[in-house]
Ligand binder design. Structure first.
Ligand code: NAD
Length: 485
């Protein structure tokens, strides 16, 4: 494998139109059956073109992954880990290039896009450092019983558009370390960063180990229904997550689903308002509110309600919204026209049913720009609270007692993340323990780490990603039970 560990030096220039982005199938960079335009959400201009796989190309990618599995699964784990380290180095050496492409197609500020690339590298290195060692569960005079972890086969990784590169890498790295092969499908609106990754992988991994196919909306179901796909690792909406699960039922595919969330932040009555307002603001509006684990509902006690409304509104009003390439920009546009329309509908609801404390408008075009918005005085059954608002429209709600607020936070079919904010961390941890979510943070939110499992309860997901548990999710257990009698 070492001989293949070179890295392409074809740098993508300023003009993405001038670069032919291609898919990676069986170690070859190939054009698609068709192409589709990629739009910059800050300008609504076409910035480049992405290949779109025909069904026959998706089938070829799966066949290539199947052939490659035969040797990749038997390649020593040290070699697989070494390849991941080379991949991490290669991405790191072109981090600014990746970041610029992410900003152009996703919209987020360049510094945040660079943060996504840095996180992708860090998570890849973390997984490269893990070893799926056999576990001895019993070794006595009667038997030795070992649990071994076996790769599943071909993994389909289906990606959304909010952290497209980071999400690709944190699925690819554990799947490959465990000995699986992959077919990766980016979201139709943010494919170019993943296609660039394919250009590097071509020279780092053996043919067929990692395949990348472009999509205009029809490719996902081809993958999730393909009998040779052993596992689907999906991040996206709850509705599509359910469709993925149904589609995989016939062949009992392993499935990890990271879905939507309706995270709450509960501020306790001993909190320092100015201190917590910074954290609440950051994690409510991060990535223009397009994060599954953004804070979407902010619960304030009677005693702090007015002060917190003022502190948050002040921060929301001060947000600099603009093109992600402008270094002063704190919040970019919404990623695509569909999200923009959804945000406009939420703004109408906010105006008709609530009191807008800050924001409330879209910005003059071009671009899918929405002012960060804070809404007060609405009931819990309002769509702004009952639904997941995947955009920068957030609500602040008043509560009277702890039992009441805990019941209200838990009264949702989502269960991804929550947080509790207080000057007394023990008291906050007690409240945190009563909230129904995969993760509950205290005095922080959205703190993800490669070694800590992350996943949703209820309809926010199935299974976990990250950590040793996340690695094991790309394996089946194989028990070896040796009799000693
Ligand atoms: P989406 O579910 O429509 O799309 C996600 C991915 O699935 C895309 O690649 C899409 O092409 C693909 N897809 C669509 N239909 C498919 C099908 N029938 N079979 C297989 N694949 C299919 O989501 P979206 O509108 O792109 O993103 C917004 C939603 O995603 C929000 O609800 C948000 O909460 C959720 N999301 C969740 C997380 C998380 O980590 N839990 C992260 C990002 C986004």
């Amino acid at each position: 494998m070492t001989a293949q560990m070179g890295v392409t030096d074809t740098v993508v220039g300023e003009d993405l139109h001038a670069h032919q982005f291609r898919m990676l199938i069986d170690g070859e960079l190939v054009t698609g059956a068709s192409d589709h335009d990629v739009i910059n959400p800050a300008t609504e201009d076409t910035i480049g073109s992405s290949p779109v796989a025909g069904t026959d190309q998706v089938v070829l990618a799966v066949s290539a992954a199947k052939r490659a599995f035969a040797h990749w699964s038997r390649t020593p784990v040290e070699d697989r880990a070494a390849a991941l380290q080379v991949l991490a180095d290669a991405v790191e050496s072109r981090a600014d290039e990746f970041a610029r492409i992410i900003t152009l197609e996703q919209g987020k500020p360049l510094a945040l896009a660079r943060g996504d690339v840095d996180s992708a590298v860090a998570f890849t290195r973390y997984f490269a450092g893990l070893r799926p060692e056999p576990e001895v569960v019993r070794d006595d005079e009667t038997a030795r019983i070992e649990i071994h972890r076996k790769p599943l086969g071909i993994v389909a990784a289906i990606l959304p558009w909010n952290f497209p590169f980071f999400q690709a890498m944190y699925k690819i790295a554990p799947a490959l370390l465990m000995g699986n092969t992959l077919v990766v499908k980016p979201a139709p609106t943010t494919p170019l960063n993943t296609m660039l990754l394919g250009e590097m992988v071509e020279e780092i991994l053996p043919p067929g180990v990692l395949n990348i196919v472009g999509d205009d909306g029809a490719v996902g179901p081809v993958l999730t229904s393909h009998p040779d796909i052993a596992k689907v690792s999906f991040t996206g909406s709850t509705a599509v997550g359910k469709a993925v699960m149904r589609s995989g039922a016939d062949t009992l595919k392993r499935i990890t689903l990271e879905l939507g969330g309706n995270d709450a932040a509960v501020v306790l009555d001993d909190a320092d308002v100015e201190k917590v307002a910074d954290g609440l603001y950051n994690w409510a509006y991060f990535n223009a509110g397009q994060v599954c684990i953004n804070i979407k509902r902010i619960f304030a006690p009677d005693s702090l309600y007015d002060a917190l409304c003022n502190a948050l509104a002040e921060r929301v009003r001060a947000t600099k919204v603009g093109n992600g390439l402008d270094p002063d920009t704190q919040m970019g546009p919404l990623q695509n026209a569909k999200q923009f329309e959804a945000a406009k509908a939420y703004l109408r609801t906010a105006k008709e049913t609530g009191r807008i404390l800050a924001g409330g408008n879209i910005l003059d075009g071009p671009g899918y720009f929405v002012e960060p918005t804070l809404v007060a005085d609405i009931e819990d059954d309002n769509p702004l609270i009952a639904e997941e608002t995947f955009g920068p429209v957030r609500t602040i709600l008043r509560y009277h007692t702890l039992d009441e607020v805990i019941a209200r936070v838990n009264d949702t079919h989502y269960g991804l993340g929550n947080s509790v904010w207080s000057s007394d961390t023990s008291r906050a941890a007690e409240v945190a323990n009563r909230l129904e979510s995969g993760t509950t943070w205290v005095n922080q939110h959205f703190a993800l780490s490669p070694d800590v499992p992350f996943g949703g309860r209820k309809q926010s997901g199935l299974g976990v990603e990250f950590g040793v548990d996340g690695l094991h999710a790309f394996s089946d257990t194989h028990v070896i039970n040796i009799s000693k009698v």
